[in-house]
Design a protein around this ligand. Structure first.
Ligand SMILES: NC(=O)c1ccc[n+]([C@@H]2O[C@H](COP(=O)([O-])OP(=O)(O)OC[C@H]3O[C@@H](n4cnc5c(N)ncnc54)[C@H](OP(=O)(O)O)[C@@H]3O)[C@@H](O)[C@H]2O)c1
Length: 281
């Protein structure tokens, strides 16, 4: 991993940049447009959105106004809980790409597991075969939910985007995904700001002369995770990308790993799986 454009190669050969730009909570149109444009100006080439974030139109505008060719950008969106099911997912995809002003996605994810996940996956497989999506994957899937999906899948998921930060390291899930060649991706890598209070990270920040955000994002990459920090602050967007000129030692990676408490800041996928209503198409 040499620079911001460095990528991992997914199971189907598609290149996915290790560093992406997250857009959750970017709701105000101008802030979204300016933040995404700033990220693209700095050199980010991977943008993560979702229909649920209600900002796909602004993300599309930012991409267009940036003048960065579409084919240089790895664009990700996700199908939301209430859009699951075969026909609904096909419709949700069309709505997302229309808002984004593109005719294809680089990666489309099932946002959360549900009892409808197999029908939803069939729709993703169809879109993949039609070359409307370059890679398909999931988000927030546990080992059991992945096994359930994979038992009938024709195409295996290329990515699992999960909550990942020093307080939540799901070792069994990590091992399963690595064994099955499913690329791991970290959401809320900075715990939405909570990592900055952790003493060990303050110490490592002094040791490496890097900020806490940079230490954590580098830890994500060294753990084999694609990472997608979000920021609306231009200097932080730049700071978060300045992580390719140093390396953490194995000892320090292990120290960060020892902070794991199994603590989620987001929903528990098992509870979400049980709760999503079965809505027929
Ligand atoms: N699949 C899913 O279910 C799921 C769930 C949640 C998130 N995600 C994705 O993951 C992305 C990242 O997660 P997230 O947005 O929840 O949280 P995050 O990236 O962990 O944290 C974002 C927060 O950290 C601040 N921040 C960013 N860089 C900083 C820095 N260098 N120094 C100090 N503060 C900094 C930001 O503030 P400012 O903006 O004020 O700079 C913002 O408040 C999302 O945007 C979204 O794309 C996916």
């Amino acid at each position: 991993m040499k620079n911001i454009k460095s990528y991992t190669v997914l199971r189907n050969g598609v290149k996915m940049p290790w560093l992406g730009f997250g857009t959750y909570k970017l709701e105000e149109e101008n802030i979204t447009i300016n933040s995404v444009k700033e990220a693209l100006k700095i050199g980010y080439r991977h943008i993560d959105t979702a229909s649920f974030y209600d900002n796909e139109k602004a993300v599309g505008t930012a991409i267009k106004e940036s003048n960065v060719p579409r084919e240089e950008i790895f664009l990700v969106s996700k199908v939301w809980k209430t859009d699951q099911g075969y026909e609904k997912t096909l419709k949700a995809f069309e709505s997302s790409i229309k808002k984004l002003g593109t005719d294809y996605l680089d990666l489309y994810l099932i946002h959360w597991p549900s009892k409808m996940q197999k029908e939803t996956w069939k729709a993703l497989e169809k879109l993949y075969k039609e070359k409307r999506i370059r890679a398909i994957g999931v988000s927030n899937f546990t080992v059991n939910q992945l096994k359930n999906l994979m038992e009938d899948a024709e195409i295996m998921p290329a990515v699992n985007q999960i909550e990942f930060h020093p307080k939540l390291i799901q070792n069994r899930l990590i091992e399963f995904c690595k064994n099955k060649n499913i690329q791991l991706e970290a959401w809320s890598p900075l715990m939405r700001g909570k990592v900055f209070k952790i003493q060990l990270l303050k110490d490592l920040s002094l040791k490496y002369e890097k900020t806490i955000a940079q230490i954590i994002l580098k830890w994500n990459l060294q753990m084999g995770f694609v990472t997608i920090p979000k920021s609306t602050t231009p200097w932080r967007i730049k700071e978060n990308a300045d992580i390719f000129d140093f390396k953490l030692t194995i000892e320090d990676i292990n120290k960060i790993n020892s902070l794991n408490e199994g603590l989620r800041i987001g929903s528990d996928p098992d509870k979400v799986y049980e709760c999503i209503e079965i809505i027929k198409d």
